[in-house]
Structures are given as structure tokens and as C-alpha cells.
Design a protein around this ligand. Structure first.
Ligand code: P6P
Length: 369
């Protein structure tokens, strides 16, 4: 009987990461980091679920606070950012945190001592080597919460690229060589994923050995493995973009979308359009059903809207690990080295053959991307 009861809970995310670190002792720090992130996502899921009951909708400070993006911060943006920073800080394994809601990368002072360093955290210990850099968008699409549309937390994990010893540490911000710790290409990611707050709460992530999906079972308070080894279909029949921007897209992209709308594409199928305006939900549906999702460049936004470091690169890692592809139009997103923490990038990703077909329209023309 005991075994039957055990098997009902299935493989939880906690058990999965314990088994990973038992087989790969060098990933023990990553295990505690993922544990911190999953704990934060459980808290955020509850905050999102109850937002309209607790009044946690609407703008922070009655509409007064503007984030580095120039966007009005929602109350949930601020609270979820704090929940994640606190969870990561307590792991003691994260040195630097970059967030959509933080102007500059935040130096996790609980994790480092900079002997004779600048700034007011001179008494913080630097424990080189077992530290991670975590980048995240704490609640992407937060404005959708008021209308009960799915939202999500997106995260990416890098190992430190630069020693923290020559860091200039002033207040919470990170300057000088430490900034290099955050400005790493997607290819340097050691883990990435998202937590989708929707009809169910799902934690989908990769540590570089495929993509696994865990559904939150509130009856036991655990994420349970429900989607092992997610593989993107090589072809889908869905395209997912904001067509209001269509006339400002690059001409090759306009031609590609017209082709798949009219059954003139490689498969001669007429594709359906699905777009919820919330990246995590649109990416999740694309991962499971196939097709192509994008926020492409347009005449008004030559770099599109999505952020390279903590939206496009983590999602691209998932797409490639699931057998898909993720491009700016022609360029592989995982190759791009960020120049700025909040830089935007055009993003077109999904089923391998669909994205390659899209790319063929760029290759066929000499228009710049
Ligand atoms: P638009 C949400 O604000 C977001 O950052 C992504 O989640 C989403 O994919 C995109 O913007 C939607 O943007 O311009 O189509 O409303």
C-alpha cells in the first residue's frame, strides 16, 4: 500500500533535482538554487491566484512608480520581484541578480565578502566559484492579471564568468567587471525555465539535458512531473504574433505570414492564429503544440519588444533543448552576447521546420534583418 501511495505523488521537482545532484555532485548548488526558485514560484502562484481578492492588482504606489523600462510598475511586479530576490538570497548560491524590475544588476550582498572592496559591503565574503548569476522577469505579462489572462515567471541561470574580487560594489548595484557576469550569451546558460500561472500552475525548465514540465499539485504542495522530455513537433499549424504590427514588419516576414495564412507555404496547410499577448503562455502552447511564436522587429521597434537577457535567451534555451529553433529572423539568439542588461531583441521561435521556413524568406531577400 505504501508504494501505491508513494507513486500517486509521482516524481516531484524536489525529488527530480535530488536525483540529478546525486548523479552529478557538481550540481548540488544548482539543486538548492532551483529549490529556491520553485519556492518563490509557489508563493507567486498564490499571489497571482488571490490578486483580485487581496487588491494586489493595479499600479504600484497608485500609479507613481516607473521601472527602468519606462513602464508603470504593477503592485505584483514589485512584490514578485522581492519574493524572487529573497528566495535566491537565502540559497546563498547566487551572487548577482538581474531583473526586469531592477535598473541595474543587484549584488547579493549576503553571498560575498569583498576584502577591501569599494562601497559599503566591504565585510561581505566572496566565495568564488560556487556562485550563480540569476536573471529573471518575475511576472512577465503582469498587466494581464487584472483580466485573469495567464502570466509567468521567466528565469535563466549562468555560472559566474568573472571573479568578484575586483568588483566595485556600491550599494546594491554591480559595476565594472562584475557586470560581465550578467552579460553572457544564451549559450552560457546552465539552466532556464518558466513558471506558468494559468488554468494550472506549471514549472517547465531545462538544465541542458532536455525539457521537463511539472504541474503544481496543490493537494500536496509539490510540483509533480507531468510532461517528461517535452519535444516540439517539427511542424505545427499555428502562428502566434501581434498582427496589429504586421504592416511594420520586415517584408520577408510579411511574405512568410501571408504564405502560411493562404496555404501557400511549404506544407500547403492554412495555419491558425493564436496570440494571448503573454509570452509565457504563448511559448508554452508553442512548445506543446508546435508552430511559431514571435515578437519580431518592426519599423517602430527595430529590436522588437522582448528582452534578450531574461526573456528571449532563457526561452531560446528551452526551445532548442526541445528540438526547436529560436532566431531574431536570421540570427540564432543563443549566440548573441548582451551589451546592456535590458536590451531588446527580435524573437521568432518554435518548431524547427516552421522557423527554418520563416528564415528562408529572409535568406531569399537582400533586405537587412
Ligand atoms: P503586445 C507582456 O507585456 C509582454 O512583455 C510579453 O509577455 C508579450 O509576449 C508581449 O509583451 C505582448 O506585447 O505589444 O503584443 O501587447
Amino acid at each position: 500500500v505504501f508504494d501505491e501511495v508513494c507513486e500517486q505523488t509521482g516524481i516531484t521537482l524536489t525529488r527530480y533535482m535530488m536525483e540529478v545532484s546525486r548523479a552529478n555532485p557538481e550540481l548540488r548548488d544548482l539543486e538548492s538554487l532551483i529549490s529556491g526558485i520553485q519556492q518563490a514560484c509557489k508563493t507567486i502562484s498564490s499571489l497571482v491566484d488571490r490578486a483580485t481578492i487581496t487588491g494586489m492588482v493595479g499600479y504600484a504606489n497608485g500609479g507613481g512608480s516607473i521601472n527602468v523600462q519606462g513602464e508603470e510598475q504593477k503592485k505584483l511586479d514589485v512584490v514578485t520581484n522581492d519574493v524572487l530576490k529573497r528566495a535566491l538570497r537565502f540559497t546563498g548560491k547566487v551572487g548577482i541578480i538581474a531583473s526586469e524590475e531592477e535598473d541595474v544588476p543587484v549584488f547579493n550582498k549576503d553571498a560575498y565578502k569583498v576584502p577591501g572592496g569599494e562601497g559599503k559591503y566591504q565585510d561581505v565574503t566572496v566565495d568564488i566559484g560556487s556562485k550563480y548569476v540569476t536573471v529573471f522577469d518575475p511576472l512577465d505579462g503582469s498587466s494581464n492579471v487584472d483580466a485573469n489572462i495567464p502570466t509567468g515567471t521567466i528565469f535563466g541561470v549562468y555560472e559566474e564568468a568573472e571573479s568578484m574580487e575586483n568588483c566595485m560594489v556600491n550599494d546594491d548595484s554591480v559595476e565594472g567587471s562584475c557586470l560581465l557576469n550578467t552579460l553572457q550569451p544564451g549559450d552560457a546558460l546552465v539552466a532556464s525555465g518558466y513558471c506558468l500561472y494559468s488554468s494550472s500552475c506549471m514549472f517547465v525548465f531545462t538544465i541542458g539535458a532536455g525539457v521537463n514540465g511539472f504541474t503544481y499539485d496543490r493537494s500536496i504542495g509539490e510540483f509533480v512531473l507531468t510532461h517528461p522530455n517535452i519535444q516540439l513537433p517539427k511542424r505545427g499549424k499555428i502562428y502566434s504574433m501581434n498582427e496589429a504590427n504586421r504592416w511594420d514588419w520586415d517584408k520577408p516576414l510579411q511574405d512568410y505570414v501571408t504564405a502560411i495564412q493562404t496555404g501557400q507555404g511549404q506544407t500547403k496547410a492554412k495555419y491558425s492564429s493564436r496570440y494571448i499577448g503573454s509570452m509565457v503562455g504563448d511559448v508554452h502552447r508553442t512548445l506543446l503544440y508546435g508552430g511559431i511564436f514571435g515578437y519580431p522587429a518592426d519599423k517602430k521597434n527595430k529590436d522588437g519588444k522582448l528582452r534578450l537577457l531574461y526573456e528571449a535567451a532563457p526561452m531560446s534555451f528551452l526551445m532548442e533543448q526541445a528540438g526547436g529553433l529560436s532566431l531574431t529572423g536570421k540570427t540564432r539568439i543563443m549566440d548573441l552576447v548582451p551589451q546592456k542588461v535590458h536590451q531588446r531583441v527580435p524573437f521568432l521561435a518554435g518548431s524547427y521546420d516552421d522557423v527554418m521556413e520563416m528564415r528562408s524568406y529572409y535568406d531569399a531577400c537582400d533586405d537587412p534583418e
